[in-house]
Design a protein around this ligand. Structure first.
Ligand code: ACM
Length: 502
């Protein structure tokens, strides 16, 4: 850590922007004040330099924002509003949002300089949005008479472009309101991919234009004790926009060709003629249903129609076609065809790891979910991965061993916070990023969803964003503890993790 801070200070002294140059004039005192004490930030930034003194922020500031910074400016205004800080052009303290041209910051990086003023700089509105998120973590969550911020220079950018979380809304539905709250919470931790598992045996959750029974029948079922429902296309458009404004990409998954009982119950012709089980399903088994792969006309017409609607609704470059837990001699051919259908629609397919057996274009992304799956042959063919190894990333597993209503098939000790934090993405090659997954067979309420997601999702955020050398579990716990009031203010009903004394 010390080495990093020293390197950063030298970089600052070299000067790379007007306000940095101003700071360089008293560089010696900055060096003296450099502290290894961590700010309470998750994910921890690439580099932090503490400067002497603090900035006292009274309840009125002057905000100056460049053109093209709509989402970050709005996020800043909302932050100020929650803290009862008003804006006035005559205020002595300024918060400035600058668009700059600094290739090293990339498309998501930013600088945050707190000294006499607060200066946010980035190449993009996205980077500025993340600077605002950092600022929001430095400020308290409750209104105060005034606010004190440590004088600091932060230079930050993510390690991985894919920093994801998956919600299974198929086994048990989650409302539009919950998804929106989750997007807000993700954004606060700089997570940027929300993967929605929209279909499975127990339910079909998205309106498809030419197949109304998918939602009339498939939308009405759920796992035993779970919630049914579906999103209309208007609701999906609203969610997509809501997520875009928070720099989160919604990644849709239609699980094919297995995990399809809800589709088969809605349109029986999707199953082969010898299949007798055509009823909606509410149990816990997997691997029993499939589209009829020996009837390509019916199957590929359906798949093409559904995916055509999906790409109309979701701007995501990546569209997930599932592909897990099915045995069929025609499975590899199905995956290859389905990934090409996605490509013909101008997008790129993602498949769960099993899809690696198919003859796919190397740009097809694979999502690793079994720790020990042999993905090397796919890597050799040039595929890239999303990392979701179940023993670290499956948040349907217990926060502790034996937690009621959790699974333990992947790891009998569950996936405690420390385990979630221990995933080392740097041990893998060809990865786009990380994603934790919350399957919902045993998660039927918002309260339980919160309990399974939080605080573990903060570990996903740090794995996806922070440099390996900046990750330390004990320091992470200290920072997380300090952010507890922020989780409370966001209404998160988190698991009271003993390691945090919560
Ligand atoms: C999976 O857990 N079947 C992707």
């Amino acid at each position: 850590m010390k080495k990093i801070l020293t390197t950063l200070t030298i970089f600052l002294l070299a000067g790379c922007g007007s306000h940095i140059d101003r700071g360089a004039a008293n560089g010696a005192s900055k060096l003296a004040a450099t502290s290894t004490e961590q700010l309470a930030l998750i994910p921890y930034p690439e580099s932090v330099t503490r400067l002497p003194g603090t900035l006292v922020l009274h309840n009125v500031v002057h905000v100056e924002a460049a053109d093209g910074t709509a989402t970050s400016t709005l996020a800043l205004k909302n932050l100020l509003k929650t803290l009862d800080i008003t804006r006035d052009t005559s205020a002595s303290t300024q918060i400035q949002l600058y668009l700059v041209d600094e290739p090293a910051l990339g498309s998501e990086g930013y600088r945050l300089d707190i000294d006499q003023q607060i200066i946010l700089s980035a190449n993009t509105d996205t980077g500025l949005f993340y600077a605002v998120q950092t600022l929001s973590q430095l400020l308290p969550s409750q209104v105060q008479a005034h606010y004190e911020l440590p004088n600091t220079s932060i230079i930050d950018s993510p390690t991985f472009s894919w920093r994801g979380n998956m919600l299974d809304v198929a086994r048990s539905f989650l409302s539009v309101e919950y998804i929106k709250a989750h997007i807000d919470r993700m954004a606060r931790f700089k997570l940027n991919r929300l993967h929605l598992h929209l279909s499975d045996d127990q339910g079909w959750r998205i309106e498809i234009t030419d197949y109304p029974k998918l939602t009339q029948i498939g939308g009405a079922s759920a796992v035993d004790g779970g919630r049914s429902g579906f999103y209309t296309q208007a609701e999906i458009r609203d969610l997509v926009k809501y997520a875009q404004d928070r720099h989160v990409t919604l990644v849709p998954e239609i699980d094919l060709p297995g995990h399809t009982q809800a589709a088969i119950a809605s349109y029986n012709e999707l199953a082969c003629d010898d299949v007798t089980n055509l009823a909606p399903y509410s149990g816990l088994e997997v691997g029993f249903s499939k589209l009829c792969l020996t009837d390509p006309d019916t199957t590929y017409t359906f798949v093409t129609d559904v995916l055509t609607d999906i790409v109309k609704l979701f701007p995501s470059q990546y569209i997930h076609i599932g592909g897990d837990e099915i045995k069929d001699p025609l499975y590899p051919e199905f995956i290859a065809r389905a990934t090409r259908i996605v490509a013909d629609l101008g997008r790129t397919a993602i498949a769960w790891e099993e899809g690696s057996v198919a003859d796919n274009d190397p740009d097809v992304l694979l999502q690793l979910w079994n720790d020990k799956y042999d993905i090397q042959p796919a890597l050799d063919r040039g595929h890239q991965l999303i990392l979701s190894p179940c023993s670290y990333s499956y948040f349907d597993h217990g926060n502790y061993q034996g937690q009621p209503n959790t699974y333990d098939w992947c790891r009998k000790e569950g996936v405690p916070l420390e385990r979630a934090y221990q995933l080392n993405p740097q041990a893998y090659t060809q990865i786009l990023g990380v994603e934790s997954a919350m399957w919902s067979e045993l998660i039927h309420t918002d309260h339980t969803a919160d309990n399974r997601l939080w605080p573990r999702v903060t570990a996903t955020a740090e794995l996806g964003w922070s440099r390996a050398e900046n990750r330390d579990y004990q320091e992470f716990l200290t920072r997380l503890n300090a952010l507890r009031p922020m989780l409370d203010a966001m209404g998160i009903q988190y698991y009271r993790e003993p390691a945090l004394n919560w």
